[in-house]
Design a protein around this ligand. Structure first.
Ligand code: IMP
Length: 195
C-alpha cells in the first residue's frame, strides 16, 4: 500500500475518501502523522489554500499529500462568502450564525443562485501540483430546512432537487456534491497513475 496524507482530521471526509480510493492507498490523517500544526490558509483562492496546506505537509513531514478547500459562492454577493465561508459571521465554524448572516445579506434579493466549490491539490513525488475541482450549482432558500450535513446545507437546494442538502442522506449528497465530484476526479487520477 502507498501512503498518502489527506491534510484533514475531519472523520467524515476521511471515511469518504478511504472508501473511494480503495485498498491500494493507505490514507493518513494529520493526527496519524503526528501533525497538530495550525496550518496557515492565507491564500486568496480555494486552489491557493489547498496547495498551501498540501505544501506544508510535504515540506515539513515528507509525505505525499493532498488537501482540500471548499466553500459557498453566492452570485448576488459577488461570490461571497467564498474562501471566508467557515467564518462568514466572524466566528469560525459557527454554522448557525453563518446561515443567519447569509439570509440577512440576501433579504429582498431575488437572484438566489449559488454554488459550492471544492478544490483538491495533490503533491506526489516531485511532480508539479495537480488540481481537481468539483462544483454543484443550486440556490439559497428563504429559511434553514433539514438537519443533516453541516455548514450551509440547510439553505442550499441543488438545481433539480426538491429539497436541501440538509434533507438528503450522505450518499445522496456525496453523489452530486462539490467534494464528491472533486474526490472522484482525484480517485480517477490516482488509479491511472498507479497502472
Ligand atoms: P472546508 O474547506 O471543507 O473546511 O469548508 C469551509 C466552509 O465551507 C465550511 O465551514 C462550510 O461553511 C462551507 N462548506 C464547505 N462544504 C460544505 C458542504 O458540503 N455543505 C455546507 N457547507 C459547506
Amino acid at each position: 500500500m502507498e501512503k498518502i496524507v489527506f491534510a484533514t482530521n475531519n472523520a467524515h471526509k476521511l471515511a469518504e475518501i478511504r472508501q473511494m480510493l480503495g485498498s491500494r492507498w493507505q490514507v493518513l490523517s494529520l493526527a496519524e502523522i503526528g501533525c497538530h500544526d495550525d496550518i496557515p490558509e492565507t491564500a486568496e483562492t480555494f486552489e491557493g489554500n489547498a496547495l498551501q496546506k498540501a505544501r506544508w505537509i510535504k515540506d515539513k513531514y515528507g509525505y505525499d499529500c493532498f488537501a482540500d478547500d471548499s466553500g459557498l459562492e453566492v452570485d448576488a454577493l459577488g461570490g461571497a462568502p467564498g474562501i471566508h465561508s467557515a467564518r462568514y459571521s466572524g466566528v469560525h465554524g459557527d454554522d448557525t450564525a453563518n446561515n443567519e448572516k447569509l439570509l440577512g445579506e440576501l433579504v429582498g434579493i431575488a437572484d438566489r443562485h449559488a454554488r459550492f466549490r471544492c478544490c483538491i491539490a495533490l503533491l506526489r513525488g516531485n511532480d508539479a501540483p495537480a488540481f481537481f475541482e468539483g462544483v454543484v450549482e443550486g440556490e439559497i432558500i428563504d429559511r434553514p430546512t433539514g438537519i443533516a450535513g453541516f455548514g450551509y446545507d440547510p439553505l442550499f437546494r441543488p438545481d433539480g432537487w426538491e429539497c436541501t442538502f440538509a434533507q438528503a442522506g450522505a450518499d445522496e449528497k456525496n453523489a452530486v456534491s462539490h467534494r464528491g465530484r472533486a474526490v472522484e476526479k482525484l480517485a480517477e487520477y490516482l488509479a491511472a497513475a498507479c497502472n
